[in-house]
Design a binder for this molecule. Structure first.
Ligand SMILES: C[S@@+](CC[C@H](N)C(=O)[O-])C[C@H]1O[C@@H](n2cnc3c(N)ncnc32)[C@H](O)[C@@H]1O
Length: 517
């Protein structure tokens, strides 16, 4: 079983016997069953044209999502739930469709390299729909506990129904070749002769090479060992468990815990939920309990709890880049508990509306929405107006690859270069909007050095009134004791970098500043 399979990055991993396909089996359509012996895998004897003419709904769902991602630049995590509802998939089929969709998207780089060896022409000359069907077939054959004949027959049936009979013959022939070796053998063959370790890691762990280089540099820039890159890449390929937060003073985790959620170990009022459709929980539907990565919860809490260096008034809080409202909801609830008020700013109107929805469970007298470019808060009329400011800056998102399976294939190094300018400008605006003795949190869900430590260094070199605080200590005091064991640097002038392979969170970065004059 490969890292693109069913493992969870933030829960204990399955034991190898179970992962290897030796015990849990799927039946002829690929559903979980006991298949019995481990003898040679068999294919259906019937010709592709004679096989099942009705495409399996779970596979059809996955195919439609891959098509929407490729054709409309859609986000899989948004399209998939809608398609699952449209096709009325039950919980088991929804799980199968999710695993198939996300696994095929994450593993795309490696699967394409394998497929390229089995197709007699360049992959970009294939009909894109055929290529998506081949990726789905490859993922089932190489990384899921689906019998080969089911992976093959069902993919061929799907292709015949949604693409055409001609395509199904090609798909049948190519997937038969793919199935002749397991993923490990394919990987070994593909990397043989690749001397560059980044290029080899990029192939085996299905990341673009520039991202592997950037993550390796990021590990070093944040004081870790470059050899952790393999663990980090593997963590990016595992499905994250849903993290919940009960908004402090408003929500309760009781319902989630009754439904089988487990209490969070990194941050208060949080839980891990593996019970399937999260919308089943009334507390989630009403907005008092929310889905939010524990790393995001931690950085919001650290800003809310860090003592203001010079004490004094603590009434006006600003979330400069609030859309779609995850941190704003937690900050607004914490602000309300402090007797403070939050302004949640977001320049994109449709995202500002999402922020309003995110805050629906919180007393409306304690927050307001603003819709403007965050850089406007650098203007004189806002100067010194806020006690705490969150800059959760637009970033490359390289720290959240496990949540957005297609995003790694869309990003380019140019995106990072463009974003760093805006990040610096937003940080300048925040340092202007905060009062002397107030606190600014600069946060990214990327560990890229250009978006994190370089932005901090640039700010400190051009703004003599900005002072970096002990971010490590602030984060530790906002966390449950579990974080301390994950050892990280503390001390004046420290910044924080969380990691999926260590903290089981997104790779959130945070630097806390105060304004000294
Ligand atoms: C990383 S997201 C923020 C996530 C949010 N804090 C949350 O927890 O849900 C960055 C946000 O910044 C917004 N943004 C982009 N350009 C901006 C600008 N010039 N000023 C303020 N916000 C901006 C984007 O629209 C996006 O919603």
């Amino acid at each position: 079983m490969s890292e693109f399979g069913q493992g969870r990055s933030d829960r204990p991993r399955r034991n190898e016997a179970n992962r290897g396909g030796g015990q849990e089996r799927r039946d002829d359509s690929g559903r979980t069953r006991n298949r019995g012996g481990t003898g040679p895998r068999k294919f259906s004897a019937s010709a592709p044209s004679a096989r099942n003419r009705r495409a399996d709904q779970a596979r059809l769902t996955a195919f439609e999502v891959l098509r929407a991602v490729a054709e409309n630049d859609a986000y899989a995590n948004l399209v998939l739930p809608a398609r699952i509802r449209e096709h009325h998939l039950d919980r088991r089929d929804a799980g199968f469709a999710t695993e198939l969709t996300y696994g095929a998207l994450r593993g795309q780089g490696l699967y394409d390299a394998i497929l390229a060896r089995c197709v007699d022409r360049p992959l970009d000359e294939l009909d894109p729909a055929v290529l998506d069907a081949l990726r789905l077939g490859a993922h089932q054959l190489l990384a899921m506990r689906v019998p080969n004949h089911a992976a093959l027959d069902e993919t061929v049936s799907l292709a015949r129904m949604v693409i055409g009979a001609g395509a199904s013959g090609l798909i049948n022939a190519v997937l038969r070749k793919v199935s002749l070796k397991d993923l490990e053998t394919w990987s070994e063959e593909l990397v043989a002769g690749i001397a560059d370790e980044n290029a080899a890691a990029a192939l085996v762990h299905s990341h673009p090479e520039w991202i592997v280089r950037a993550l390796r540099q990021a590990l070093v820039a944040h004081g870790r060992d470059a050899s952790e890159i393999t663990e980090l890449l593997i963590a990016d390929n595992l499905a994250p468990v849903v993290n919940l937060v009960a908004l402090p003073g408003i929500g309760s985790l009781d319902e989630a815990l009754d439904a089988g959620a487990e209490p969070g170990t990194l941050v208060a009022d949080s839980a891990y939920y593996q019970g399937g459709d999260i919308a089943r929980l009334g507390s989630v539907r009403e907005g008092s309990t929310r889905v939010q990565d524990a790393g995001s919860q931690l950085v919001a809490r650290a800003l809310a709890q860090v003592p203001l260096p010079e004490g004094g008034e603590d009434t006006y809080w600003l979330d400069l880049c609030a859309g779609p409202g995850g941190k704003a909801a937690l900050l607004a609830a914490l602000a309300a508990g402090h007797g403070a008020k939050l302004t949640a700013n977001e320049p994109a109107q449709h995202r500002a509306e999402l922020v309003s929805k995110a805050l629906v469970a919180i007393d409306p007298d304690t927050w307001m929405i603003s819709v403007r470019d965050g850089r406007e808060y650098g203007e004189a009329e806002y100067s010194g107006g806020y006690d705490r400011v969150m800059v959760d800056a637009p970033c490359s998102g390289l720290g959240a690859l496990r949540r957005r399976p297609e995003s790694r294939w869309r990003k380019t190094p140019k995106d990072v270069a463009e974003l760093t300018v805006l990040q610096g400008e937003l940080l300048d605006a925040a340092l202007s909007a905060v009062r002397v003795g107030g606190v600014v949190a600069y946060v990214t869900c990327s560990p890229h050095p250009a978006e994190t430590v370089a932005v901090v260094d640039d700010l400190l070199s051009r703004n003599k009134n900005a002072k970096l605080l002990d971010t490590g200590a602030a984060l530790e005091s906002a966390a449950l004791p579990g974080l301390a064991s994950a050892a990280r640097p503390v001390g004046e002038g420290s910044t924080i970098q969380l990691w999926p392979h260590i903290h089981r969170t997104d790779a959130m970065f945070m630097a806390l500043f105060t304004r000294t004059a």
